[in-house]
Design a binder for this molecule. Structure first.
Ligand code: SF4
Length: 284
């Protein structure tokens, strides 16, 4: 629960505020950029919601915040914000909201598909979110991109009976399906797991329909410079390997980057390939 006594000075006066427990995960800025912005190592409210739509985006950020660092002066009815997750992105792909502090506020996604739904990385195990996922058909597979973003995986496994898919390089606990080696593995006609060691030894990405690439912490979009990005600072295994893995993605056209951390991005497949080549050149 956010505390008014810890309210950050940078917040503009008014109903919404961020307190000093913020871990700078970026999600509130992605969900409600007209309300939240970065200031130093935190987010702050730079503009109070001016209408119902802006207020609901701010409330969606509030329920997603992994550290409950967003507060309001008055108690608010958050039902609409809670019920808005999983939030549709495109073609059955949803953003789950409800981030977990255990994955440092990593984004997770739900793919709703006729052959069984896929949960990509782990949101917080939150009862209303779980009921919404049940109403969308439950979870058949849980794709875990790497060891950092597994959060409440065991609770989702216990509740939905889903098979967890993880690479051997990061599978430090028992999972139902272990991916070995470096070659892509097709788990269904529309789902390809591509091992991308580098950020961690067992990082992997998931390609859905040849369009949606779920990238964990391997690859993201940086809206500040308008380019694809990868982090050398937050590379825990091998930068050389991560660059090699990035090159491998040139074999797989895609139109969406859906990361664990960082912004998501859509572009045509040729433009995404051009962006990827640019990133690979910068990773030298
Ligand atoms: S969602 Fe919460 S932790 Fe993340 S940047 Fe916003 S206030 Fe900080």
């Amino acid at each position: 629960m956010a505390k008014l006594t810890k309210r950050l000075d940078g917040n503009v006066p008014g109903e919404f505020y961020v307190d000093s427990s913020c871990i700078d995960c970026d999600l509130c800025r992605q969900i409600a950029p007209s309300v939240f912005r970065a200031e130093g190592d935190n987010s702050i409210v730079h503009h109070q919601p001016a209408d119902v739509a802006e207020a609901q985006r701010a409330e969606m950020a509030l329920v997603t915040c992994p550290t409950a660092s967003i507060g309001t002066l008055e108690k608010r009815n958050l039902n609409a914000a809670i019920q808005s997750f999983p939030e549709p992105i495109e073609d059955g792909v949803h953003f789950c909201g409800f981030a977990s502090e255990d994955s440092f506020g990593g984004s997770s996604y739900l793919i709703v598909r006729p052959g069984g739904n896929v949960l990509v990385d782990s949101p917080r195990f939150n009862a209303p979110l779980v009921r919404r996922i049940e109403s969308l058909g439950g979870v058949k597979w849980m794709f875990l991109s790497h060891i950092d973003d597994v959060a409440d995986h065991q609770k989702f496994r216990d509740h939905f009976g889903c098979d967890r898919i993880m690479h051997a390089g990061d599978a430090h606990f028992d999972v139902e399906r272990v991916i070995e080696g470096r070659d892509p593995v097709s788990i269904a006609a529309d789902l390809v797991v591509i091992p991308t060691p580098g950020h961690t030894a067992g990082s992997q990405v998931l390609l859905h329909q040849g369009r949606f690439l779920f990238t964990g912490d391997h690859l993201w979009w940086n809206p500040e410079d308008g380019r694809l990005g990868a982090s050398r600072r937050y590379n825990w295994h091998s930068w050389t390997e991560q660059r090699r893995s990035m090159k491998k993605l040139l074999d797989h056209p895609f139109e969406w980057v859906l990361p664990g951390h960082g912004a998501r991005h859509r572009a045509s497949a040729p433009e995404m390939r051009r962006q990827l080549q640019d990133l690979i050149a910068r990773m030298k």
